[in-house]
Design a protein around this ligand. Structure first.
Ligand SMILES: [Zn+2]
Length: 308
């Protein structure tokens, strides 16, 4: 396996599996964009998120609690969790300028540097506040308030440009993010090193588990759970010195059988892509959308409003 080409292969196989809805979202968003009054489009989501209870930005992180401090009997049931308004969650992969050999499908996963900077600037200019998984967990399980206009930024697959390009861009606005690490890539060319992952964690970002080598969770049997979930998670805990509580399914693909296996291995929540959540286990099927490389800031905003 050529690891330097892996993200591209992952992108292509994801598209061929039909798990990717970003393309159709992009079309819908573009249609919505042309019909929306441009002056009001960026403010249009205030009604959408108004039903999320919000609090002062400085206090929201501390009052919510964490999976370790919120007892099981104080957590809302699945129906209550499912009924709460969803927080928009964006999923990024590579942040770099397009190359001639990048396929049409791959460009959903490769956001050009200026496009990325413009997307993040739009979020900041529009008054969004980034939240982290513990805040989302507390909100979903207890109704704890969130900052106004909450959004979660997530980065998958350990790509180096997430450290060299995304990190300084987010820093500019005081934004924090979640980095879902596939551990096989650590230290390989064009991927982050262990020291960089540790630095992201030390700087207040959250490190999540994204398997050892990106195999589809639906196909795991027996020892695969150790290889793909247990060992990589332990390695990330050794690197960061913190417990790892959150998981992102490779390709967003999951099945109900995977959920008890994740629970057994210390995961408190897991993230899919744009498909439907599991009504029995909404914490283990939290939705995200892929922020496409084709999307202008306005299209991204429309997609956030329309998808959550
Ligand atoms: Zn991935």
């Amino acid at each position: 396996m050529k690891f330097t080409h892996y993200p591209l292969l992952a992108a292509v196989s994801l598209a061929s599996l039909g798990a990717l809805t970003a393309c159709s979202d992009a079309k819908n968003a573009t249609a919505a964009e042309s019909s929306a009054a441009s002056a009001t489009a960026l403010a249009a989501d205030s009604a959408e998120t108004a039903t999320i209870t919000t609090a002062g930005n400085a206090t929201a992180a501390s009052i919510g609690g964490t999976p370790a401090t919120i007892p099981a009997d104080k957590r809302a049931d699945a129906a209550t969790i499912t009924a709460r308004p969803q927080v928009p969650i964006l999923c990024y992969h590579q942040i770099r300028d397009w190359r001639a050999r990048d396929s049409k499908g791959a460009k959903d996963y490769i956001v050009p540097v200026d496009q990325f900077k413009a997307q993040i600037k739009m979020l900041a200019d529009s008054g969004y506040h980034t939240i982290l998984p513990d805040q989302l967990f507390a909100y979903l399980t207890t109704g704890a308030p969130l900052p106004s206009k909450p959004v979660m930024l997530t980065f998958d697959d350990t790509d180096l440009d997430q450290f060299t390009v995304a990190r300084p861009t987010l820093d500019k606005y005081g934004f924090k993010a979640v980095y879902f690490i596939m551990t096989v890539s650590l230290g390989r060319p064009n991927y982050m090193s262990k020291a960089q992952v540790k630095q992201l964690s030390d700087e207040g970002n959250i490190i999540g588990s994204h398997t050892w080598d990106h195999h589809n969770v639906k196909k795991y049997q027996g020892q695969d759970w150790v290889t793909q979930i247990e060992k990589p998670t332990k390695q990330l805990e050794e690197i960061t010195g913190k417990k790892i509580n959150y998981f992102a399914y490779p390709f967003g693909l999951w099945n109900p059988e995977a959920i008890p296996e994740l629970k057994k291995r210390g995961m408190d929540a897991a993230f899919i892509l744009a498909e439907k959540r599991d009504p029995q286990d909404p914490l283990y099927t939290i939705r995200r959308i892929i922020a496409s490389g084709y999307w202008s800031p306005r299209t991204l905003h429309n997609s956030m409003v329309n998808s959550f």
